[in-house]
Design a protein around this ligand. Structure first.
Ligand code: SAH
Ligand code: SF4
Ligand code: F3S
Length: 440
């Protein structure tokens, strides 16, 4: 086989969480800096980066089916780089399983991509899944062009070791990026067009720097950046919801009234077996404190159904918790045993049929809650950040402060903050009417 030439065009495809989306953008910027151009829509790229997710079995399998699909009609393949959490978890095993793959790069070392691509172009198949002490962020090019709503990774890794989860293994220990770096990157994002910044971390509210400053201090500092209108953060852990952060929801106007705080289950026995280190009651107590600080806050969570040993009564406790909280939105998953995690070898693995049936019932409860939440918004006026055009001609899409999708007509521009009246609630969105563009 002749070695492929240095790539001229690239495409980055990200799966999984928002941190992967962020990493995908940073890899794209690095490739731009190397003089490799983003492939035009619908055209073959010389280099395809698959930025993968390992969280559930199906996510992992998707990588291998995607690799198969990259083969061109003439039998050739682009240079294929496997990045992200599958890269970290499976490393060289990917090269054995998928001969078309040219290189494997873990999430902590993608700043080394240029050298790895050069090596791959001369026929080597490099694998780098280091977790070096020095961070990649210092070696990446500065942010240049972003949409109105941008991501900013502030914290990486997880020390919580929930018994079902691969993240502590694929992303390593919790690290916090420095205050100064983050303020500088946020300023650049705003210069590049961002009106809203979502701070990201596997445990974003565990962010703190050596002198003890926590996430609320960072949020306060970012709120001072002129031109930045909205701040969000995700994903948080109930045990890291400090009083200071809760108070920021009361005191910082730019911090949006939305909190994604996963609980996973409503049963204390299941939570204990998951090693979640909170109970249903302590979680609900956190929500109470947040609601006291910011009464209109929209709440969101993740749920797992069918954790090993989950009984019908334990599952019913989860449904009751959903009914009790009145979530604005939720994500729900069937438990997926992950190799190397403690839960994968626990007794009482739940049959697929039972999981399917529980997931349906859980999702019915979630849909009811979501629609009810959206209905309470009808008749209100609020600000929407215009993010993109909608499916229909003349339609625009944006997010309300409570992270609901709103669609409306009129002639705003992408990136405008506009005032709308919310007219009609659907399960996943609201129809709205543009009142007036906010002053520039
Ligand atoms: N750090 C965040 C998010 C982690 S991954 C948190 O702790 O909330 C996102 C979600 O995927 C989790 O909240 C969990 O609901 C789900 N998840 C993680 N591992 C899973 C597994 N093995 N099977 C099914 N869902 C899983
Ligand atoms: Fe996974 Fe738990 Fe860490 Fe979240 S807190 S990333 S679910 S181990
Ligand atoms: Fe998936 Fe890794 Fe994110 S496993 S959810 S891409 S941290």
């Amino acid at each position: 086989m002749t070695a492929p030439a240095l790539p001229k065009t690239y495409r980055v495809k990200s799966f999984g969480c928002q941190m992967n989306v962020y990493d995908g953008e940073r890899m794209a910027e690095l490739l731009d800096q190397q003089g490799i151009a983003r492939a035009a829509e619908g055209e073959d790229a010389d280099l395809v980066v698959l930025n993968t997710c390992h969280i559930r079995e199906r996510a992992t399998e998707k990588v291998f089916s995607d690799i198969g699909r990259l083969k061109r009609e003439d039998g050739s393949s682009p240079l294929i780089a496997v990045a992200g959490c599958v890269a970290q978890a499976e490393g060289a095993e990917i090269l054995r399983r998928a001969p078309a793959v040219s290189l494997v790069v873990g999430p902590q070392v993608y700043h080394r991509l240029p050298q790895m691509i050069a090596a791959a172009a001369s026929g080597a198949r490099p694998v780098d899944t280091d977790m070096p002490l020095e961070t990649k962020f210092g070696s990446l090019p500065a942010r240049r062009k972003v949409g109105p709503s941008a991501f900013l990774t502030v914290q990486e890794g997880c020390d919580k070791f929930c018994t079902y989860c691969v993240v502590p293994y694929t992303r390593g220990a919790e690290i916090s990026r420095s205050f100064a770096d983050l303020v500088a990157e946020a300023e650049r994002l705003v210069d590049a067009g961002a009106k809203e910044i979502t701070l990201l971390g596997q445990n974003v509210n565990a962010w703190r720097v050596a002198d003890g400053r926590g996430l609320e201090r960072l949020i306060e500092a970012l709120a001072l950046i002129p031109g930045l209108a909205r701040i969000r953060y995700t994903t948080s852990h109930p045990n890291d919801m400090t009083e200071g952060l809760i108070e920021a929801h009361r005191d910082v106007a730019k911090l949006m009234p939305f909190l994604h705080l996963p609980v996973q289950s409503g049963s204390d026995r299941v939570l204990k077996a998951m090693n979640r280190s909170h109970s249903a009651a302590s979680y609900l107590a956190v929500l109470d404190r947040v609601r006291t600080a910011r009464p209109d806050i929209a709440l969101s969570s993740d749920f797992i159904v069918g954790f090993p040993g989950e009984t019908e009564a334990e599952f019913a406790a989860t449904v009751r918790l959903i009914e009790q909280v009145g979530y604005a939105q939720c994500f729900s998953f069937k438990y997926s045993p992950r190799p190397g995690t403690p839960a994968a070898t626990m007794e009482g693995q739940i049959a697929a049929q039972v999981m399917d049936e529980r997931l349906q019932r859980l999702q019915a409860a979630i849909n009811t809650a979501q629609l009810a939440f959206n209905q309470t918004s009808v008749g209100q006026n609020c600000t929407v950040l215009v993010e993109r055009k909608g499916k229909y001609p003349g339609q625009w899409l944006g997010k309300t402060p409570w992270l609901q999708s709103a669609h409306f007509g009129g002639e705003p521009a992408i990136g405008d903050l506009v005032e709308v009246e919310l007219l009609e609630a659907m399960g996943n969105s609201l129809a709205a009417r543009l009142i007036e563009p906010a002053p520039v």
